[in-house]
Design a protein around this ligand. Structure first.
Ligand code: DAK
Length: 260
């Protein structure tokens, strides 16, 4: 597959999508979004790939958000189109049937943070800076940020970040629960890879079902969500991988899961 705005690599059951417009701090244009969606479709149908890493090229940015330069002369139709593109990308990441890790190597601002929040886990370099900065250009988050940020950290802090448009550092983001872990910049890529590698060794069906239950259950009543969990565990209980896990445990060896 040939790409112009992303780098797409596959090795050791991990696919890495690198947003590759460092001269524009990896801002999301329509073309970037389309290429990420194409790569995701390739990963979806590739049984050998178990985990996805989404990151940014260069040392400076994961992504500085939607491409502000394309917003000149904006109107309702163009705004709607931009909204649809971002929604498609965020929904594709959130509903993707394999774990997606956002590796936040630098700035994650506006739409950049919104895309990272649609991923399952966020690992940050200590150099990373994050913010819903849209208010500074007279806008609000438009790719789900008002909702995903609020669900992640609660209304009080979400309002503070969205109303002020201020940037926070990686450690503050970790304390707030926006990122899972922070690593030193010089070992960031390696640490992310190690983390992803661990996930490649877990049972793929169990990961897929756990992800769906956590995502769908969050918007349901506890009773309905627990009923859904019961159905989910029914699916996982019928996998060959569960039998492999049980055998490995009793034989005191590491399991080899096949995703069946
Ligand atoms: N878009 C396009 N280009 C960008 C960009 C962006 N978001 N951010 C940076 N760049 C470009 C800069 O223009 C500059 O390009 P040249 O001038 O060299 O051609 C290059 O990247 C390097 O940036 P700087 O020179 O500014 O670098 P600094 O280190 O001085 O500053 C910075 C770094 C991250 C503090 C600064 O670049 C900055 O403040 N950038 C803007 C960040 C931001 O506000 N991001 C939020 C974007 S708004 C919608 C749905 C969703 C959205 C909008 C509408 N609807 C449904 C209607 C989403 C909106 C956003 O994401």
């Amino acid at each position: 597959m040939e790409f112009k705005y992303i780098i797409y690599e596959k090795s050791e059951a991990i696919a890495t999508i690198t947003l590759n417009r460092p001269e524009a701090l990896n801002a999301f244009s329509k073309e970037v979004i389309n290429e990420v969606l194409q790569a995701l479709e390739d990963i979806r149908t590739n049984e050998g790939i178990r985990v996805v890493i989404l990151t940014g090229a260069g040392e400076k940015a994961f992504s500085a958000g939607a491409d502000i330069k394309t917003m000149k002369g904006f109107n309702a139709l163009k705004g709607r189109e931009l909204s649809l593109m971002g929604e498609r990308l965020c929904n594709a990441l959130e509903n993707f049937e394999k774990p997606v890790i956002a590796a936040i190597n630098g700035y994650a601002l506006g739409g950049g943070l919104e895309v990272a929040m649609a991923c399952d886990l966020r690992l940050a370099s200590e150099r990373a800076r994050m913010g819903q900065t849209e208010i500074n250009i007279g806008l609000i988050p438009g790719w789900g940020g008002t909702q995903r940020l609020t669900r992640l950290i609660g209304r009080t802090k979400a309002k503070e970040l969205i109303f002020t448009g201020k940037m926070i550092d990686a450690k503050t983001a970790e304390k707030l629960g926006i990122v899972n872990m922070v690593f030193p910049a010089e070992e960031f890529r390696e640490k992310v890879r190690q983390f992803a590698k661990e996930l490649t060794l877990k049972a793929p069906v169990a990961l897929k079902v756990a992800k769906a239950l956590i995502n769908k259950g969050a918007d349901m009543s506890l009773d309905s969500a627990i009923a859904l969990e019961r159905e989910g565990i029914g699916v996982v209980a019928s996998t060959e991988d569960l039998q492999e896990g049980v055998s490995a445990f009793t034989e005191k060896r590491k399991p080899i899961f096949k995703g069946r």
